[in-house]
Ligand binder design. Structure first.
Ligand code: LLP
Length: 421
């Protein structure tokens, strides 16, 4: 496959399942994930000792079950995510830790859960060390370090540097070690996730920062985590990640530490997007096609309530048309929007809200528009804005399709709401 052909704008099926059949069975808007793509991405990362899935990218328990069955453990950033992991069959105990709690704060519920279940914590602030130490003296923690620089596909996904709220500031390391020692808590792991969409130049800087930081902590370190942030192709011009090169850089750092410490150091990776982005498709139906001056709009039945990445980051997603009727061979420039009563409800926009057009096949109302590479940070960031129900989610596995989440009903929308007496 050439780079130019990576994403086609016409599509008939997803992994052999006709779009028309999927729509007939599950309706629109619906997220569809292909299990084999997730498995393939997992295989690409097998060189790492531990693959820890950042479930924030897609935390449907059907997806969690899939990664678990393929030897992957999970990261949880809330007590809700811990609950999901357990519901998907992950244990609290095991080697490596099946569930790790990573955050910059403990809300009270999460702290209670961590203490009660003995969950390993990846600590992102000195206050967390204090709060953990008081409850679990003699425990073990990982420190998430902000090395003072970062990187991201958008300013909103850069998680390093002075403007980021994430992790422990590198200059505070010694203070944090002293704080941990006060409670007899040992620092057994180090973690650096410095942003989504990292590149290699940057990565060697991160590896170096990890090495220096680990040497400052000393030989209590048994594990280092490269965090997530592995890029995934969204455009024809994007080339896939050279996973081997990525691994080699981290492995060299790990080996240097093993030589220094004289014991084994486990190397973890914590991808979210990389495992699930390409597996996911948001199926929508074109419900109106209208002209506004020189612009032509395809209005579909999904909006930023279903996929918020374009409005939040100006994120680009490949799109294709699945014809319900006769296919056409011509294309035209269109703007793709959703049903919400808000002008920003546009899928073809750049960061800053600039609306742009996309060359797509000439379609008619009733054809389907598929938003691709939508498996990461898609469903999980949806909302009920405009009282739109959450979509359905479907997992394709070979010749089977599994409804892994039912579409919300109107009753679901008002569940828990009360009219006062
Ligand atoms: N580990 C930690 C501590 C993280 O904060 C994140 C992502 C990951 C791992 C996984 O990163 P990934 O491999 O998926 O890049 N909503 C944004 C992405 C936010 C990422 C937040 N943290 C988006 O749609 O692009």
């Amino acid at each position: 496959m050439t780079v130019e052909q990576q994403f086609s704008t016409v599509r008939t099926d997803i992994s052999g399942h006709l779009i028309q059949d999927l729509v007939m069975k599950f309706g629109t808007p619906t997220y569809v994930y292909d299990a084999q793509t997730v498995r393939d991405r997992i295989e690409q990362l097998r060189q790492f000792d531990v693959i820890r899935y950042a479930q924030k990218a897609n935390s449907n328990i059907g997806v969690l079950d899939l990664v678990r069955k393929n030897g992957v453990v999970v990261d949880a950033v809330s007590s809700g995510e811990v609950f999901r992991a357990v519901s998907a069959g992950f244990d609290y105990d095991g080697e490596p830790d099946p569930i790790v709690y990573t955050a910059d704060i403990f809300d009270r519920e999460a702290l209670d859960l961590v203490v009660e279940k003995g969950i390993h914590v990846n600590v992102g602030s000195p206050d967390m060390i204090e709060q953990y130490g008081q409850r679990v003296p003699g425990g073990e923690i990982t420190l998430r370090i902000n090395p003072g620089f970062g990187h991201g596909h958008s300013a909103k996904t850069n998680t390093g540097g002075e403007s980021s709220k994430h992790g422990i500031w590198h200059e505070q390391l010694e203070d944090c070690l002293a704080l941990a020692a006060k409670f007899d808590v040992s620092v057994t792991g180090l973690h650096m996730h410095i942003g989504s969409g990292t590149d290699f130049e940057h990565l060697s800087q991160v590896c170096d920062a990890m090495l220096q930081t680990a040497l400052r902590v000393g030989d209590t370190i048994k594990m280092i985590s490269a965090g997530g942030g592995l890029p995934t192709p969204y455009r024809d011009s994007d080339v896939g990640l050279d996973v081997d090169r990525y691994y080699q850089l981290w492995n060299r750092t790990r080996k240097q530490l093993e030589a220094g410490f004289g014991h084994a150091v486990s190397l973890e990776i914590e991808p979210g997007r990389f495992l699930v982005a390409e597996s996911g498709f948001l199926l929508t139906e074109i419900r109106a096609i209208k002209k506004m001056g020189r612009n032509l709009f395809y209005l579909v039945d999904a909006g930023f309530n279903n996929l918020a990445r374009p409005i939040l980051y100006g994120a680009y997603h490949p799109m294709s048309i699945a014809f319900k009727g006769e296919p056409t061979h011509e294309t035209q420039d269109v703007i793709v929007g959703g049903p919400l009563c808000e002008s920003g409800d546009i899928f073809t926009q750049q960061e800053g809200g600039f609306v742009c057009s996309r060359e797509l096949p000439v379609a008619t109302v009733g054809d389907y528009l598929v938003i691709e590479c939508a498996g990461a940070y898609g469903y999980v960031m949806s909302s009920n804005y405009n009282s739109k129900p959450f979509s359905a989610e479907v997992l394709i596995d070979g010749d089977k399709t599994h409804l892994i989440r039912k579409r919300q009903s109107p009753a679901d929308l008002i569940r828990g709401e009360v009219i006062p007496d």
